[in-house]
Design a protein around this ligand. Structure first.
Ligand SMILES: Cc1cc2nc3c(=O)[nH]c(=O)nc-3n(C[C@H](O)[C@H](O)[C@H](O)COP(=O)(O)OP(=O)(O)OC[C@H]3O[C@@H](n4cnc5c(N)ncnc54)[C@H](O)[C@@H]3O)c2cc1C
Ligand SMILES: NC(=O)c1ccc[n+]([C@@H]2O[C@H](COP(=O)([O-])OP(=O)(O)OC[C@H]3O[C@@H](n4cnc5c(N)ncnc54)[C@H](OP(=O)(O)O)[C@@H]3O)[C@@H](O)[C@H]2O)c1
Ligand code: HEM
Length: 498
């Protein structure tokens, strides 16, 4: 028992870690070492010195390094003097540092390296460093912070620094240091997370790939479709050269078409998901991967739609400015004078057209206003100021309103022209008709869904799935409905899965 009492509560650690414990309260008490004298090292040293830290930089050839804010020592001197060491050399050169092993034993080593390509399996650079220096505590971090951000300070660029380590004490010391430098440390857990952290800077908008491909594919399709409709057709049938329409008019039919279809694609997966849950009679089974993927990309689909709608609005405002529009106006006026028509008569004859334009423009502006609200709410700083119910109201209810307004805008724009044979060039329907298919499908399906609130489950299933007959009905009637579709309480935050 006396032996037990005399044993120290905290195991005696090597010099570096004892210093780290002290530094948990005062990081400036630490001597920070940096191995390597490249871009990253220079920027880091500058920032650390600016924050009042004591820095020692270690180079293989100290005499050859001149452009430093701090005196450069040899690698061994730096390793000996420092309590916490940043390894700012490329991972392929880690093996050249093994002679520093005794000097670095018991100290925290910060691995700042990035990979050259995305790795699905380890070991990560940090784990390789930990294998080379088993007596040191490796902390992964700062690889997502560029040398430029370090030099300019945390106000320029991302302020978050993702950190992970198997040694809690070493990690919290680096976190303290991070805060002192003006960054925000984010604890990513154990060193096994280092692979994920190293992959992060290598991704190129992974969640945007599908929405961007969809936007581009739709843009190309509608652009070609409209060119055939508006440029090729008049040329072939009447020898008229309408190529001047390509830069603005065709683009201004293409952008709104993409905007509306993309907006419908934001709400279509929710409808499919709800129907799938209804079909299965439960919400506790996994969706197919493609639907899961689609559901998690709705924000990006929505923002692409917003961008196209905003560009369409700008293009629309420019329509009357064009020389071709002015010539058309002059030609019309000239034609009227030639035919000795009365202007007032013309206005009266085109009363329906006047109303049509007033209405579709007003509804279009409202649709864009709602989309702008959705886009603003998708900013994390704004989203954080509303609760889940408010966010769902804006994203879901007002989002559907935006889809409805966009569809109405297009319907009014189309007016009765869907029934005019002259609009079917080469037998192809006018673009607005093509564009309306998906939004109308989503809106009609949602309308059916919202009716489920006032019907019994049995009625809904039977009315929704007439063709599936008795077997489907039996399946649904026997299964308790837990999907939340049949009550009016706000839905639970299902989207928290992404
Ligand atoms: C400009 C713009 C910006 C946008 N920004 C954002 C944004 O910041 N964040 C965002 O999340 N969306 C964003 N969106 C997309 C869209 O507004 C939201 O996803 C919206 O909540 C979808 O509403 P919903 O009623 O169709 O879907 P939901 O209410 O999510 O779903 C409808 C039904 O589908 C089922 N379901 C859906 N998802 C799941 C799931 N993951 N697990 C289980 N069941 C599920 C449920 O049965 C649910 O009842 C944006 C859209 C636009 C146009
Ligand atoms: N640059 C950035 O913006 C940035 C951002 C995040 C992470 N990083 C990471 O930081 C590390 C350093 O990047 P950097 O841009 O500073 O690279 P760099 O400019 O090429 O500098 C690398 C330094 O490593 C040292 N070194 C030590 N042993 C070496 C060896 N055997 N062969 C060659 N050089 C050796 C050299 O300094 P001495 O000759 O003085 O020894 C050299 O200056 C990398 O792992 C990188 O992934 C960089
Ligand atoms: C400020 C907002 C808006 C304005 C000023 C506006 C204006 C216009 C104009 C002038 C046209 C006729 C273009 C032409 O003559 O070819 C048009 C058509 C159209 N608009 Fe908008 N619009 C707006 C918002 C929107 C939004 C938000 C959407 C969809 C999300 C949308 C979708 C469409 C569609 C699909 C067409 C039919 C394109 C065609 O087939 O010719 N518009 N809009």
């Amino acid at each position: 028992m006396p032996d037990e009492m005399s044993r120290a509560l905290i195991r005696e650690r090597a010099r570096g870690l004892r210093h780290l414990e002290a530094s948990a309260y005062e990081p400036s008490a630490l001597v920070i070492g940096i191995l390597g004298t490249g871009d990253f090292s220079r920027s880091l040293a500058r920032r650390l010195v600016a924050c009042g830290c004591r820095v020692v930089v270690g180079s293989r050839t100290p005499s050859r390094v001149s452009v430093f804010v701090h005196q450069v020592a040899s690698q061994m001197e730096a390793a000996n003097q420092a309590d916490l060491v940043f390894v700012a050399v490329y991972p392929e050169h880690y093996s050249t540092l093994v002679h520093l092993k005794p000097a670095l034993a018991g100290k925290a080593l910060v691995d700042v390296s990035n990979g050259l390509q995305i790795k699905q399996e380890g070991p990560s650079n940090a784990q390789q460093l930990a294998d080379l220096f088993p007596e040191s505590s490796v902390v992964k971090g700062f690889n997502t912070t560029s040398a430029w951000t370090l030099q300019a300070g945390p106000r320029d660029g991302s302020r978050q620094v993702l950190l992970c380590s198997d040694d809690q004490m070493a990690k919290s010391s680096v976190m303290q240091l991070c805060r002192r430098m003006g960054f925000i440390p984010v604890d990513m857990g154990l060193l096994s997370s280092s692979l994920e952290i190293e992959n992060l800077p290598l991704y190129l908008f992974p969640s945007w790939r599908t929405p961007i491909i969809c936007t581009l594919a739709l843009f190309i399709f509608f652009y070609l479709y409209n060119s055939v409709h508006e440029v090729l057709h008049p040329y072939i049938t009447g020898g008229k050269n309408k190529l001047y329409k390509l830069p603005i008019e065709i683009v201004n039919v293409t952008f709104p078409s993409v905007a509306l279809v993309m907006l419908a694609l934001v709400y279509l997966p929710g409808v499919i998901a709800a129907f799938l849950q209804l079909w299965r009679g439960t919400k506790y089974t996994r969706f197919p991967d493609w639907l899961d993927h689609w559901l998690t990309r709705r924000k990006q689909f929505g923002l692409c739609s917003f961008l196209c709608a905003a560009l369409h609005a700008v293009y629309s405002l420019c329509l009357p400015m064009r020389k071709s529009a002015r010539f058309q106006l002059l030609n019309k006026a000239f034609e009227q004078v030639r035919r000795r028509n009365n202007m007032t008569m013309q206005f009266k004859n085109n009363f329906a057209d006047v109303w049509r334009m007033e209405l579709y423009l007003s509804v279009g502006i409202m649709a864009l206003g709602l989309l702008s609200l959705l886009a603003v709410t998708s900013l994390p700083s704004v989203a954080n100021t509303v609760n889940w119910r408010e966010f769902t109201f804006i994203q879901s209810t007002l989002g559907y309103c935006a889809l409805f307004m966009g569809t109405l805008h297009t319907l009014i724009f189309g007016w009765d022209r869907a029934f005019l044979a002259a609009q079917y060039h080469f037998g192809l329907p006018p673009t607005f008709l093509l564009v309306l298919i998906l939004p109308l499908t989503v809106l009609l399906k949602t309308h059916t869904r919202s009716h489920t609130h006032t019907q019994t489950a049995e009625q809904v299933v039977l009315s929704l799935l007439p063709s599936c007959g008795d077997s489907m009905a039996r399946l649904f009637l026997c299964t308790p409905f837990r999907s939340g579709l049949f009550n009016s309480r706000p839905r639970e935050p299902v989207s928290c899965r992404f």
